[in-house]
Design a protein. Structure first.
Ligand code: HEC
Ligand code: HEC
Ligand code: HEC
Length: 421
C-alpha cells in the first residue's frame, strides 16, 4: 500500500515535470512564432513601447491603425481570452465581443495557421509575456473607415477561409515553405497586388497574382515569382535564404519596409525555415514579366519595344557625378554592402516607385547582429531635380544589360509629392 502510494507519488511528480518541460517547449515554440510572424514587431511601439503592449501605427490606405495590446493583461490585453477566442481573432479577425478587426492585422494570412502553432502562440502570449495595464491609443480614421461595423461586410466579401492544405505532390520542405509564406510569414500582405476592396488578389500559388508585387506605404514590394528580370528567377535559393536572415544575398541588399521586416522579424528565421521559404519561392512560375537583363550587352538597339539608354547623356553624366563612386562604372556596386544595379530585380521592376523613393530620400540596409553594419545610401532630394533624377534612373534601368522602361519626370514628381520630399 505504502509502496503503491510512493509509486503513485513519483508518477505524479514525473508527470508534472514532464508537463512543465513540455509546456516550456510549447512556450518556446510560441516565442519563435511570435518573432517570425511579426507579432513581436508589429505589436510593440518602436518608440520605446513595452513588448507586445501595442500602439504601433500600421499604415493603410485608409489611415494608420494602432496595433492592440496583446500582453496577458485582463483589462487592456488578452487576459480574458480563451484559446477559442484567440483562434477566432487569428482566423476570422474577430476580437473578444465579436469586434471585427481591421485587416491591418494580417489575419487573412494567419487564418491558415495550424492549430498546433496557434496553441503554441497562445501559450507564449499568456505565459511568456509580461502583462502591461495600458490601453493602445485610439485610432483617428476618416469617415467611413472609422465605422468598425462596416468591416463585417469586408470580411464576408473578402476574407479567405480554410487552413493550409498540404500538397501531397510536394515534399515536406516545400510544404513547410509554402505554409510559412502563406500563413505565419504573411508575405502576401505586402507582396500581393490588392483588388478594389483592398483584398489580396490571391493567397497561394494557384493564383497568377500571388506575390507578383505591390506598392504599400509608397514602397514597391517586388515580384517574388520566377521572372528572370524583376523577380527572383536569377537568384539562387541560398542567396534568397541569406537575404531573408541577413538582408544581403546574391549581390542584393534589402531596403524600405523590407529592411524593417528583416531587422525586426525575418532575421529570427531558423536556417531551415529560411531555406524552406526560399525553396518554395523558387517554384513559383514567372508572372507579370517586366524588365529584362541580358549581361554582356552594351546599350540596346531600339527595336521591338526595346529601350535605348545610349542617347541618355544627361543621365549618364549625373550617374558619373553622383552615383558612380559607390555603384561603380560597371554598375556592379561593392557587394555585399553596396548593391549591384546591373541585373538588380528592383531596378528592372515595372513599378519604379521604390527606386525613385530610395534615390530621393536615401536609406540603409537592416541592422542585423553578427553582420557588418549597413552602409548608408545618401538621399538626393536637395541635389537633383525631378528631371535629373528621372534621366539618371532611366540610365540605370537601361545600361549594363538592364532593359526596363523609362522613368519619366512625372513619375518622379508623383512619388515626391506623396512622400512630401
Ligand atoms: C502588420 C502588423 C501586425 C502584425 C504583424 C500582427 N498584428 Fe495583431 N493586430 C494588428 C493591429 C493593427 C490590430 C488591431 C486591429 C484593429 O484595431 O482592428 C491587431 C489586433 C490583434 C489582436 C486582437 C486583440 C484585441 O482584442 O484587440 C490579436 C489577438 C492579435 N492582433 C494577435 C496577433 C498575433 C498573435 C500576431 C502574430 C502571429 C499578430 N497579431 C501580428 C497588427 C498586427
Ligand atoms: C512590410 C512589407 C513586407 C513584408 C511583410 C514582406 N516584404 Fe519582402 N519586400 C518588401 C519591399 C518593400 C521590398 C522591396 C525592397 C527590397 O528589395 O528590399 C521587398 C523585397 C523582397 C525581396 C527581394 C529583395 C531584393 O533585393 O531583390 C524578397 C526575396 C522578399 N522581399 C521576400 C519576402 C518574404 C519571403 C516575405 C515573407 C516572409 C516578405 N518578403 C515579407 C516588403 C515586405
Ligand atoms: C555613398 C554611396 C552611395 C552613393 C553615392 C549612391 N548610392 Fe545607391 N546605394 C548605396 C547603398 C549602401 C545602397 C543600399 C541601401 C539600402 O540597403 O537601403 C544603395 C541602394 C541603391 C538602390 C536600391 C538598389 C537595390 O538593392 O534594389 C538604387 C536604385 C540606388 N542605390 C541608386 C543610386 C543612384 C541612382 C545614385 C546616384 C544618384 C546612388 N545610388 C548613389 C550607396 C550609394
Amino acid at each position: 500500500m505504502k509502496a503503491l502510494s510512493r509509486r503513485a507519488f513519483f508518477t505524479a511528480v514525473s508527470m508534472a515535470v514532464w508537463l512543465a518541460a513540455h509546456a516550456d517547449d510549447l512556450v518556446e515554440r510560441g516565442a519563435y512564432l511570435s518573432r517570425i510572424g511579426g507579432c513581436a514587431a508589429c505589436h510593440t511601439n518602436p518608440k520605446g513601447g513595452a513588448p507586445f503592449a501595442g500602439g504601433r501605427e500600421v499604415p493603410s490606405p485608409f489611415g494608420s491603425i494602432h496595433s492592440s495590446n496583446i500582453t496577458p493583461d485582463p483589462t487592456y490585453g488578452l487576459g480574458k481570452y480563451s484559446f477559442a477566442d484567440f483562434t477566432r481573432a487569428m482566423r476570422d479577425g474577430r476580437a473578444l465581443g465579436d469586434k471585427p478587426l481591421y485587416p491591418a492585422m494580417p489575419y487573412p494570412s494567419y487564418a491558415k495557421m495550424d492549430e498546433a502553432d496557434l496553441r503554441a502562440l497562445f501559450a507564449f502570449l499568456q505565459k511568456g509575456v509580461t502583462p502591461v495595464a495600458k490601453p493602445a491609443p485610439a485610432n483617428h480614421l476618416p469617415f467611413p473607415f472609422d465605422q468598425r461595423w462596416t468591416l463585417r461586410f469586408w470580411q464576408a466579401a473578402f476574407a479567405p477561409r480554410g487552413s493550409y492544405a498540404r500538397r501531397s505532390d510536394r515534399d515536406a520542405e516545400w510544404n513547410r515553405g509554402a505554409y510559412l509564406v502563406q500563413s505565419v510569414g504573411h508575405c502576401g500582405a505586402c507582396h500581393t497586388p490588392r483588388g478594389v476592396g483592398y483584398q489580396e488578389k490571391g493567397y497561394d500559388e494557384s493564383s497568377d497574382q500571388f506575390l507578383t508585387g505591390m506598392t504599400d506605404d509608397h514602397w514597391f514590394a517586388s515580384n517574388l515569382t520566377g521572372d528572370r528580370g524583376a523577380g527572383l528567377g536569377r537568384m539562387e535559393k541560398q542567396a534568397i535564404a541569406d537575404l531573408l536572415r541577413t538582408g544581403r544575398g546574391g549581390g542584393a541588399v534589402v531596403w524600405g519596409t523590407m529592411s524593417e521586416e528583416v531587422e525586426e522579424t525575418l532575421r529570427h528565421l531558423s536556417e531551415d525555415d529560411a531555406r524552406a521559404i526560399a525553396g518554395y519561392l523558387k517554384t513559383l512560375p514567372p508572372q507579370r514579366v517586366a524588365g529584362v537583363y541580358e549581361p554582356g550587352r552594351v546599350g540596346f538597339v531600339p527595336a521591338d519595344g526595346r529601350y535605348d539608354g545610349r542617347s541618355n547623356t544627361l543621365g549618364a553624366a549625373a550617374y558619373k557625378g553622383f552615383c558612380m563612386a559607390c555603384h561603380g562604372a560597371d554598375g556592379r556596386g561593392q557587394p555585399p554592402a553596396i548593391p549591384s544595379l546591373a541585373g538588380n530585380a528592383s531596378v528592372l521592376s515595372e513599378d519604379a516607385g521604390s527606386i525613385i523613393r530610395i534615390v530621393v530620400e536615401g536609406g540603409r540596409g537592416p541592422l542585423v547582429p553578427g553582420v557588418p553594419p549597413p552602409l548608408q545610401m545618401p538621399g538626393f532630394a536637395d541635389t537633383l531635380t525631378d528631371a535629373q533624377l528621372a534621366r539618371t534612373l532611366t540610365y540605370v534601368r537601361q545600361n549594363w544589360g538592364n532593359d526596363a522602361r523609362d522613368v519619366t519626370t512625372s513619375d518622379v514628381s508623383k512619388v515626391r509629392s506623396k512622400i512630401g520630399r
